[in-house]
Design a protein around this ligand. Structure first.
Ligand SMILES: Cc1cc2nc3c(=O)[nH]c(=O)nc-3n(C[C@H](O)[C@H](O)[C@H](O)COP(=O)(O)OP(=O)(O)OC[C@H]3O[C@@H](n4cnc5c(N)ncnc54)[C@H](O)[C@@H]3O)c2cc1C
Length: 504
């Protein structure tokens, strides 16, 4: 039986492990942290669950490719908790833009808010409707065969007009100042997101395909890890891999931090790409392209969601939108970033996230990595800065949630250093090859849509594969898990074995 060692148990690592085990390989996972799941995680503080990543999970809808895929991996069934709104916004005077999932309600709410924008509002609603469709275009696009992909080209062509806009450029068409201001931010405050991508997400939520899994991201990872254990696999926790062993340019095992070595026929890395190439392989397999990929990402550009401030509050939050942009009456500098609004998640819709009658608020800030870099080696200063940020955020929130401070029972702040500390990354959670492009660059979008430019292997090194974000350049659970399946397909092909997926 051929052996596969997998470094890391994120989405890509766990999927490699599960499909590997199902296909008759002897797999072992070494995980540096004490938990599986990587970025898809969460932690419990005094009964409050803090989820740093998940906003939306794709694949709840039956009879879609992504749903079947998650079932193969044991992630589903998992209860979807219904939310009523996508990302909504509120002005300092309390005026709300409720971005409802009920499209009739959304249309009449928007027309009431801004009667002069009737034409653009109808276009927005029709745009969402156009992506509510029985064709499994999303699953086919990512998991379909080449032939299936060709079959959905007409679907995209019929919606080509939505590819012309970004959220920002579409927002300019609104006359109402609130909608002009709020619209660019309704997808995690990334105004350059293409309009079609946003419309498709809103539509998937209406369609009950995109949603929130009860308990958050950690539940998903735990489901996957237990499927792997049921298949006879073992995850070794707190085992950091420091070296990939090679013989005649073939990967043949790993060495852990404690010096122990393990041999295998194949090694798959779900760890940070830079660390894998530069440290675990000691920079021995480099070419021009790989050197460029390994260049550090800029530290002087704000990274969305790079700092998260969690509050466990003894307050019922169930009447609030699940995702809210809170506009401020005057801007505030937090962690070097000038905030004229804050992005927040209010988890009152999922009762499993907090003790009865209580709730969790998460505020996500876009801060430059450089800001915390200076503090990295000074633990006291780092902690003091995190406390300062939490204090500033509380003061801002109290403008909309009077007397919030007295109801706060737990505070937790995570930064990019938190990710690096727990997951061994070199760039916070940003384990992407540096392609010297903005994430929203059209070339990136095409790569991501059509799965181009993926780097599963390293030239010159045999029996080695990458899985996860370094391959996909995409921050989404299903694409990274799908890269694990693709790795096992490649290994099967290499070994002349027919790939069998599963019998769920
Ligand atoms: C703020 C944020 C919000 C997000 N929101 C969403 C969302 O709403 N929906 C969605 O679908 N996706 C979302 N994502 C993206 C998604 O969480 C990630 O794309 C996905 O979890 C990455 O999976 P991965 O396979 O790359 O592995 P990772 O999650 O990167 O895991 C890698 C694993 O390898 C381990 N490891 C690293 N080095 C070593 C070593 N040397 N030895 C042993 N183990 C090691 C780490 O500890 C970790 O467990 C979000 C991500 C972030 C950061």
């Amino acid at each position: 039986m051929k052996k596969i060692i997998i470094i890391g148990s994120g989405m890509g690592g766990l999927a490699t492990a599960i499909y590997g085990q199902r296909n008759g390989f002897d797999t072992t996972v070494f995980e540096a942290h004490s938990l599986s799941g990587g970025q898809c995680t969460g932690w419990n503080r005094k009964g409050y669950v803090f989820d740093p990543t998940l906003h939306n999970f794709n694949g709840f809808k039956f009879h879609t490719k992504i749903n079947s895929f998650w079932r193969e991996l044991g992630v589903l069934p998992c209860e979807m908790v219904k939310r009523n709104e996508y990302v909504s916004a509120v002005l300092p005077d309390g005026t709300y833009f409720h971005n409802y999932l009920n499209l009739e309600k959304l249309q009449s709410h928007l027309k009431h808010l801004s009667p002069e924008d009737t034409i653009v509002i109808d276009e927005y609603i029709n745009g969402i409707k156009s992506f509510i469709n029985d064709i499994d275009w999303f699953g086919i696009n990512y998991l379909g065969s080449f032939r299936e992909k060709l079959s959905i080209i007409p679907f995209f062509l019929a919606r080509i007009k939505y590819f012309r806009y970004t959220l920002k450029s579409f927002a300019r068409r609104f006359k109402h100042p609130f909608l002009r201001k709020a619209f660019p931010l309704i997808r995690n405050s990334i105004p350059d997101i293409p309009l079609f991508a946003y419309l498709a997400e809103h539509a998937s939520s209406v369609n009950d395909d995109l949603g929130w899994p009860k308990g958050g991201g950690y539940t998903l990872s735990e489901n996957m890890a237990s499927r792997y254990r049921q298949l006879g696999g073992t995850i070794h926790y707190k085992k950091m891999v420091v070296k990939i062993l090679t013989e005649n340019d073939h990967a043949c095992g790993v060495e852990l931090k404690d010096g122990t070595q393990y041999k295998a026929d194949f090694v798959v890395s779900n760890a940070d790409g830079r660390k894998t190439i530069l440290e675990m392989l000691n920079g021995r397999y480099m070419n021009k392209k790989i050197s460029k990929y390994c260049e550090p990402n800029p530290v002087d550009k704000e990274v969305p969601m790079s700092v998260q401030v969690f509050f466990g509050v003894k307050r019922d939050l169930s009447s609030y939108p699940s995702s809210l942009i809170l506009f401020l009456d005057k801007s505030e500098i937090i962690g070097g970033h000038t905030c004229d609004h804050v992005d927040m998640q209010l988890y009152g819709f999922d009762t499993s996230m907090a003790p009865v009658g209580k709730g969790v608020i998460k505020v996500e800030l876009s801060i430059k990595p450089a800001y915390f870099l200076q503090l990295h080696n000074d633990k006291t200063a780092y902690k003091a800065e995190k406390n300062k940020i939490a204090e500033q955020v509380i003061t801002l929130l109290e403008r909309h949630f009077p007397d919030l401070r007295k109801d706060i029972e737990v505070i937790d702040v995570s930064t990019l250093h938190t990710w690096e500390r727990f997951m061994g990354g070199s760039q916070g959670f940003n384990n992407f090859p540096n392609k010297h492009r903005e994430l929203t660059d059209i070339r990136n979008i095409i790569d991501v849509l059509f799965g181009l430019g993926r780097m599963f292997t390293i030239p010159g090194l045999k029996n080695f594969f990458f899985t996860g974000q370094w391959v996909t350049s995409m921050g989404a659970l299903f694409t990274n898990a799908a890269s694990g399946k693709a790795v096992v397909q490649k290994i099967c092909k290499h070994c002349g074995v027919k790939f069998e997926k599963s019998s769920q």
